[in-house]
Design a protein around this ligand. Structure first.
Ligand SMILES: [Zn+2]
Length: 694
């Protein structure tokens, strides 16, 4: 053990200044050309590894592209720029955790240990992971300089003799037996920095970053896995480890991963999950841990591993699924209800798991789930100008006091879980994690296909640039206001005429898709993975139009009691062991719709808003679609480009903490019509509606 590798950087050095000059000194075009060739090389390396010796036993069908290969345009670019100019680009100016985190020295903040490890490692790494991805996606010099100034000390620290991504300290601090105070936690937080460094390498192709990843992950101390979703667990390092293996081919890394899952304890957990023996726990840990067995499925060919993950995801969705596409989490899995919450950390963690499931299985349905989260749960906890955010969101946020913010543990007593503030909450996980939501979506919009072309996997306005398998560079522009419109128009620009396949994910909610090339209809029937492929010779300027007609759908369900976990005992609603309140939700394509309660900002609902409506599932399906032009600048305003006019019933409704929805279908009321907007545009709303009696 070399104890001299921990070389603290002096506090007070102006982060980023020198690097900003050197990065700024390189012409933007040169920097972009270097990054582009780096990205192409990284992707070729991964493809070669997976196709040749040392590849997986079950082949991947889809490979993610490096940050920067897909650039947002249109409304998505407006939102990504708001992040760059808001929280993502300036979080270090708002809290010490982000100012000093990953500096390599101790500082005062909540949850910091004497050796400088602890909570800020996790919180700051979330931010850095989002920051480095967005920086290269937008090719933004200031963001790139800031990300490099934070990540380079870690890379250099490891290459200079360090052993981990936790301030490049000796790896003993990752082992619970060696660092009793914090070994488990450090190991978990380490995985988040591992992901940030994987993205940094993929975006730049700089070998020194890969060297650091290989050095740390080849004999990384993976801990014993655990069946329940508490406490945190360092096995989640498997995802950056597998990426590092695919990029480097260093066999010690794969051997390390395979060794960890051969342990009897791991195999026992896989059997338990497959047998439906699953216990409740913390939702962030659930989303992180649940993917672990599936990650190893391609490398073992052992179908039990994939099935274990699928079993637990399905279990959670059934018992805790909320209409914005995620399971509830008031720290812990919290059942189904109009005032149950989604922690903003899970708006990042959930789609990251679904993205890995898309990679592992090639099944397009996972991208359906990512879109549902991104377009609904994504914008809800973030202010329209991206300057403030909140820790929780819930289906029915009616006012500043409903749902009631109930302190449940000492850390939450310090702050409010629903108010929008520059850091969201004194516990800084969510304000770190909210920066990952947009870049991870953009990176996943296109993926490389195993047979050489590219697939459009998640929709929205963007442009993609990559190299098809035989070395021809191609750019594909995608012009659309999806999901606010049904039509998506692509222009293909290969550098010379070339033959390759382009795939298009057909969402499961779409019953009658259509595809045409230069005005001629082509086959739009998806394959067994939900992808429709066009394989032909492409010339620059070829146009493809994809139409994904959307229909209004009504889903019904009933609220459920909280899991009887002592964690919830301070919430009065959790004392009820019987809850069957019926509800109905309105969706169209990937969008969840809500009755908006107008606001003057995310903490300013209008007074006396009327929201006392029930909907009849049989008639609500006849909703009328009302369209308005897309605004010149997109900010998720209530004045939405698509609205639904829905028949409803007005009735006397006084929701309370213990009775968030009526216990029975509403029999008495006056017919009315209500206008719904996308859930993501609202800050106060009803999206789990009382049900009208037929
Ligand atoms: Zn959080």
């Amino acid at each position: 053990m070399n104890t001299n590798v921990f070389r603290p950087i002096k506090r007070g050095i102006a982060w980023g200044v020198t690097l900003a000059l050197s990065v700024g000194g390189v012409r933007a075009a040169d920097r972009e050309a270097a990054a582009r060739s780096g990205r192409d090389a990284v992707l070729s390396e991964i493809r070669a590894r997976c196709a040749g010796g040392g590849g997986p036993k079950v082949n991947y069908r889809l490979f993610p592209l490096p940050p920067g290969a897909v650039r947002p345009t249109g409304w998505l670019n407006d939102w990504a720029r708001a992040a760059a100019e808001g929280i993502t680009g300036h979080l270090d100016e708002r809290a010490d955790v982000f100012k000093h985190g990953y500096g390599g020295y101790h500082f005062d903040a909540q949850g910091v240990k004497a050796n400088g490890t602890g909570w800020p490692l996790e919180q700051c790494a979330y931010w850095l992971d989002g920051l480095v991805r967005l920086a290269y996606i937008l090719n933004d010099p200031a963001l790139i300089a800031k990300a490099r100034s934070r990540l380079d000390p870690v890379v250099d620290g490891v290459n200079g003799g360090g052993e981990s991504f936790v301030y490049w300290q000796p790896r003993d601090i990752l082992v619970a037996e060696m660092d009793k105070a914090n070994g488990l936690f450090n190991n978990w937080a380490h995985s988040h920095m591992g992901r940030a460094l994987v993205a940094y390498y993929q975006a730049t192709g700089e070998k020194r970053i890969l060297d650091a990843l290989v050095k740390v992950y080849r004999d990384y101390p993976l801990p014993e896995f655990q069946a329940g979703f508490y406490p945190v667990n360092g096995m989640v390092n498997l995802d950056p480890m597998l990426d590092t293996y695919m990029m480097s081919g260093d066999e010690a890394i794969l051997a390390n991963a395979l060794g960890a899952i051969r342990r009897p304890n791991f195999q026992k957990i896989v059997d338990q999950w497959n047998g439906g023996e699953i216990s409740h726990g913390h939702t962030v840990i659930f989303y992180e841990n649940v993917r672990v067995p599936a990650l190893m499925y391609p490398w073992t060919g052992d179908r039990r591993l994939l099935d274990a993950t699928l079993m637990v995801l399905d279990w959670a969705e059934r018992l805790h699924g909320l209409p914005m596409g995620l399971v509830s989490g008031e720290e812990y899995l919290a059942g189904i209800g109009a005032t149950r919450n989604v922690e903003t950390c899970n708006v990042a963690a959930g789609p990251w798991t679904f993205h890995w499931m898309l990679r592992v299985t090639g099944e397009g349905g996972w991208a359906d789930r990512i879109e549902k989260v991104f377009f609904n749960a994504g914008p809800a906890p973030i202010a329209r100008d991206f300057q403030t955010m909140s820790y929780y969101q819930c289906p029915n946020r009616l006012s500043m006091s409903m749902p009631v913010d109930r302190p449940k543990n000492p850390s939450q007593e310090m702050g409010d879980s629903y108010s929008f503030t520059p850091i969201g909450h004194p516990v800084l996980c969510c304000v770190g994690n909210c920066n990952r939501i947009i870049p991870n979506y953009i990176i996943g919009m296109w993926m490389a296909m195993a047979d050489g072309g590219f697939a459009a996997t998640q929709y929205g306005p963007c442009s993609m640039r990559g190299t098809v398998a035989d070395g021809v560079a191609v750019e594909i522009g995608c012009e659309t206001a999806f999901p606010f419109q049904d039509e998506i128009r692509f222009v293909v620009r290969p550098e010379r005429e070339a033959t390759f396949p382009i795939g298009f994910r057909i969402p499961r909610w779409c019953r009658d898709p259509s595809l045409d090339v230069n005005g001629q209809a082509v086959e739009s029937k998806p394959d067994d993975m939900g992808i429709a492929k066009i394989h032909r010779s492409w010339r620059s300027g070829d146009r493809i139009t994809l139409r994904l007609p959307m229909h209004v759908e009504i889903t019904r369900g009933t609220e459920t009691p909280y899991p009887q976990d002592k964690y919830f005992r301070k919430r009065s609603l959790s004392a009820l062991t019987e809850i069957h309140n019926p509800f109905a939700c309105v969706t169209r394509g990937p969008l969840l719709f809500a009755l908006p309660i107008a606001d003057g900002g995310p903490n300013e609902p209008v007074k006396d808003a009327v929201f006392s409506y029930a909907i009849d599932p049989a008639t609500a399906r006849d909703a009328k679609v009302v369209r308005a032009p897309m605004p010149a600048h997109w900010s998720w305003e209530l004045d939405a480009p698509i609205r639904l006019e829905v028949p409803a019933v007005r009735f006397d409704w006084q929701p309370t903490e213990l009775q968030p929805l009526p216990a029975e279908p509403v029999a008495a009321g006056k017919p009315a019509a209500i206008t719904l907007v996308p859930y993501g545009c609202t800050k106060f709303r009803v999206s789990m509606f009382p049900v009208a009696a037929e």
